[in-house]
Design a protein around this ligand. Sequence first.
Ligand code: ADP
Ligand code: MG
Length: 743
Amino acid sequence: MNKNIIKLKNVSKFYYNKGIIATGFTRINLEFKIGEFVAITGESGSGKSTLLNVISGLDTYEEGEMYINGKETSHYNEKDFENYRRQYIGNIFQNFNLVNSYTVYQNIELVLLLNGNSKKEIKDKVLQLIKDVDLYKFRNTLVSKLSGGQKQRVAIARALAKDTPIIIADEPTGNLDSTSAKEIIKLLSIISKDKLVIIVTHNYEQVEKYVTRKIKMHDGKILEDKTILPTKENLKQKIPNCSNINLTSKLRLGIRNTFNIIPKFLLILAVYLFITVALTSEYSAFKKQEFIAETSGYNYLFQNLEDNRIIIKKQDNTPFNTNDYKNISTINNIDTIVENDLLLDKTVNLVNDNFWIYATVNNINNLEGNIDKGRMPTNDEEVIIVGNIDDYYIGYMADELLNKELSLQDIYTGEINNDIKLKVVGIQYSDTIDYYSNNQIYVNNTIIEKLTYQINQQYSHINILFQDKYYNSNYYNNFFKISPHSKINKGEAYISNDLNYLCPNNNCLNQKINIELENIYYKDNLNLTVSKTYNKQNLKTLLNIEDYESNNGVIFINPDDYNSLFNKSTYQSSIFVKDVKLIDETVNLLNEKGYNTLKIKDTLIQDGTTQLIKIMGTVVTIALVIVLFFISYFVIRVILKSRNIYFATIRMLGATKKISKQLLIIELLTVSNIAYFSFIIIIYLNYLNIFNIEFINTIINYLTLKDYLILYSILIIMSCLISTKFSKKLFKESTMKTIKEEV
Ligand code: ADP
Ligand code: MG
C-alpha cells in the first residue's frame, strides 16, 4: 500500500469578513496518495477552490488537522508553508498565473532559478520540458502572445519543472476550448503516473477517461468520494532538494524585471529623476545658504574676510624666510601667498577736498586683468584703484579723480598720513566688488612697506622714556605717537612744545628720550635726542605740515629709525586657496609643515539670523526628503501595482518574502542608479560647459564629493525603504487574495 502523502482530519475553513463568517468548507476528511489522479467536482461555491488552496498551503485552515507525510501542520507558520509549497506543490490555475512579460523559456526557468539552480545547469532541462509540452517553437515567445491552451501547457511545464510530488490544478481547462482542454487533461494524466494530481473541474466527462478517483463537493462538504481505477502500488515519493536562489540569479531576475516592461521602467525612471533633481537642487540651495550664512559674519580684527583666506604664522614664532614661502608654495591648493598679510586688513580712506574713497590696500603685483581707464603706475606714489562702476567717486567722478593728489587717512583715527601721498592713475571696474564692499587700491612695495610698519606700530606696545618716567604711546592718540618724517635726521626727534614739561626746567631740547617697543613677536628699543621742539607757528616751516591741531603731540622721527623699529620681517602671512572646498585639507597640510593656521571663516561673529537660516535650511531639507519619500512611495506604488501579480506568482512558486523583497530592491536600485548617474553626467556636461543650466551651476559650486555621497546614500536608503514598505504591503495579503483581486 502507498502511504498517504496528504491527510485531512475534520478540517474546516472559515472566512472572517467584516464581522461576517463565511464557510469555505467544514469537517472534511480526506486522504491522498501518490499515483492518484483525483477529480473534484461540485457546483460553484461548494468549496473546491478553498480546499485546493488549503492543501496547497496557500491558505490556512481553522479547525482540524492536515497531515503531510504523517506530520501535523496546524502549528506551521508562514515560513513552514513556504517550504512546503516549494517542495511539494505545483499549482496550475484557470487563469494560468504566468509572467506575461516573460518568454516561455523565462517562465519555466524562473521556478528553477528560485529553487537555487544556476542558469547554465538548467538550460537543457528547461528546453526538454518545453519540448514535453510541445512548445519548442514558441520557447522565445512572450507568454502574452500565446493562446490559452498554449499558456496552460506552459503552466504545466512550469509545475513539472519544480518536480514536486503533488500537482494541483484548479479548473485548468476553464478558459480553454475543448480541443485544447483535452490535450491538457491528457498531459496531466501522463504526469499523474508518479505524482498525485488533484484537479477541479466543471466538466467531469472531459476527465472521466483518465481519473482514478472522483470527489463531489456540496456546500462545503464531501458528498461523494469514489475510486474509479486502482492506483499503482509501491510508487516512490520523490521530494526535490530545494536551496535558495543564488545571488547571480537574483541579480539577473531583478535586472530582467527592471527592463522587461518598458513603460513601467520609464515611469519609475521619471520618478527617480524627479527625486534626484529635486533633492540635489534643494540640498545645494541649502549648502549655498549655509555657505553664505557662514561667510557673512563680521569681525573687529580683519578687514579682508574672503572665505578662502587662511592666516598663518610659524609654530616657533620666528619670522618667515624665503625657504618658508618655497615650502608653502609646494601645496597645490594654494592660489596666492600674501607675505605682508597685515596689509590685507588695512583699510584706508583716500581723501582730498573733493574725494573720500574707502579702500583696502593690495600689492600691485597681485593686480589681475586690464585697466579700464588711465594707465599703469610708473613711480611709488602712483596707484591703481579697483572698484564698482556704480560708485560715485570711481565711476561718475572718474575723470576728476585721475592724476589728483590724495592723502591717506586712517579710518580709525581720521589722521592724515604725512608720509604717504598717492595719485590714482588707473581704474579697473570689477563686477565682483559690489557697491557696498571695499574698493581696492593697488600700490607698490615701497608704499606697502611703509604701511606695514605703521600697522606694526598699531599692534605694538610702545613706551617712551623721558628722564625717569615712561609714557605710553598709543596709536590712536596723538600724544606720544611716533611718526616718520623725512626732514628729520637719524638719531633725532622733533617733539611738541607742549611736552617740555616732562623735562628738567621745562625744556626738552637736547634731552635724551628712549623708545621701547614690544609686540607678540619681538622687543626693541631706540635712543634719540630731541633736536627741535615745534609749536603752532613753526610746524609748517619745520615739517611742512599745515594742520597743527591734529598733529600736536606727535613725536616725529627719521624714517630709517622708524623702519628699524617696525621693519622686523614678516611674522604673519596669509594664504588664499584656489577653492574654498579645499580649505580644510590645506589647513591640515600647513599644520603638518609646522605652521599655525587660522581660517578667516572661524573669526567671524555671526548674529542670530544666520544661525536661524542654517537651522531653517536643515529643517526644510529634512522635510523635503520626507515629502519626497512619500510622494515617490505612492507614485511608485501605483506603478508597481501591476507587479502585484508577478510577486504573487513567484510567491506561489515558492519565493519567500525575503527573496521577493530583494528582487524588488534590485529593481528599484537599478533604476535609481540609472537616474542618479544620468544626472551626474548632466552635471558633468554642464561643468564642461557643453551646456549651461543655472541651477546646475549652483550644484557644481556648492557640493563636494562628500555631499554627492550623502545624496547618493539618501537615494539608496529611500529605494530600500520603498521596496521594504511595498513588499510589506504585498505580503499583508495572502497570495490567493492577491491573485483573485488581480484577475
Ligand atoms: P468553488 O471554488 O467551489 O466555486 P470557493 O472555494 O471559491 O468555491 O468558495 C467556497 C465558499 O467560500 C463560498 O461560499 C465563497 O463565498 C466563500 N469564500 C471563498 N473565498 C472567500 C473569501 N476570500 N472571503 C470570504 N468568503 C470566501
Ligand atoms: Mg473555484
